[in-house]
Each structure stands twice: as structure tokens, then as C-alpha cells.
Design a binder for this molecule. Sequence first.
Ligand SMILES: [Zn+2]
Length: 264
Amino acid sequence: MAEHWSGGQVTARAHCVLAPNPGPMTLDGTNTWVLVEPGATEALVIDPGPLDEAHLRRVLDHVEGRGARVVQTVLTHGHLDHAESAQRFAELTGAPTRAVGRGHDDLGDGDVLRAGDLELRVVATPGHTSDSLSFALPADHALLTGDTVLGRGTTVVAHPDGELAAYLGSLERIAALTGGGEVTTILPGHGPVVPDASAMVAFYRVHRRERLEQVRQALAEGAQGVEDVVERVYADVPRAVWPAARLSVAAQLEYLREVSGRGA
Ligand SMILES: [Zn+2]
């Protein structure tokens, strides 16, 4: 896996402009994806990112440098590191912004988005948040996953909006796409491109199972509540990401309560 990531052209149709917001949760920064059919003049942008004028300028410079213009912007989810600049970017481009939870412009599973001859299919992948979407780019065998699958490390299930049962379902959905060869490459919301999508999704599924088992174990050993579980289960993880770990643990505790409530 690439350690250093600074964006750039990664498939025939996908170019990443990396936002200058690196951090423990955002890794190298937010990936703003510019999708253009080769030789075409219509660009579709995924996640304009945090409100940073210089970043938005770089995105537009890239698009204009190719003789193209932005015709549509879509959001993988509403977290600020992806969506904060959406309104400003719409002002700059005059292009509509689409996401989950935007009234009549709502995006739903299976919707097909077009920019010229470029085709993008919406794959609903709730779990990180309830509004998380992925986007399949069939021509490049790529899936743009937002924060559902990252380029490095694992993601957080942002309880209470995010839900583990939904997240596990979304991983299964992505595994079906990668297993069938429809998707070979993941273009994540943070971190480097994942050239072996299938292996990464398998790793994510194993990781979630292992964490859940560790949480079960901690409870069996008498752990009480989120903080206690985090201290026992996430001892190996840098403290900077413990706030995120707390959310994931809360999501796991809720999941285990639901599972036991169903008598499973
Ligand atoms: Zn993010």
C-alpha cells in the first residue's frame, strides 16, 4: 500500500486533488475527485471538501486546464471535511450539488449520474453515516467509497447516525461488486488509491469481525460502558483516534444489544 499520497490522475477518468486538511481522521487530507470522460468537456466532482478557497481554486484550475467545466457535484456524505465547501463550490461553478437528504435532488441507490458520456452509478452504502453513498465508475472498474472504505487503516462507524448493522451490509454489498470483478479499484475519500479492492474489502470485513469479538470478550470480562471498552480494546491505537473509537464502540455495543435482543 502506498505510504505517500498526494493525489493526481489515477485512472483514465479519475483525478484527485488533495485538500490541505491532513489529520488523524482525514489521513493525508480529503480527496476531491474530478471525473472526466477522456477528451470530453464535462466534469463531475465528488466531495469538494473543506471550505478552503485555495483548494477550490486548485480544483477549478485543474478542470479548466483540461478545457472542461464542472456540470455536477455530488457528496459521499455530509461530514464537513467532504461537504463544507459544497455551497461555495456551487457558487463558483454554477453546477448543482447532489447528495442524500437534499429534498427533490435526493440521490438514491441505483441512480445513474452523467457528465457528457461519463456514467456513474449510485451505490447506497450507509453505516459510516446514514447518508453515506459510494459511486461506481464502471468504465474504469472503480468504486468511489467516501469514508466507507479508506485508502489506509479502517474507518469509524459514527454512532448514533452511523450503524454497524448497516455498515456490515454495505461491506457485503461492496464485496459482491469486487468479487464479481465489476470493481477492481477503490478510490477512497481519504488516503491512497486501493489497487486491490477485493483484498481491502476482505481486510475490512475481517477487521470488523475481530473488533466485535474483542468487544464481546471485553464485556464478558466485565467491561462497563464505552470508555472501559475503548481502554481495553483500543489500547494499541493512537490516542488521537480514541474519540472516533468511542463512536465505533458505541455502535458495536448497540449492535450487540440488538443481536441479543433478537435472541441470536
Ligand atoms: Zn472524511
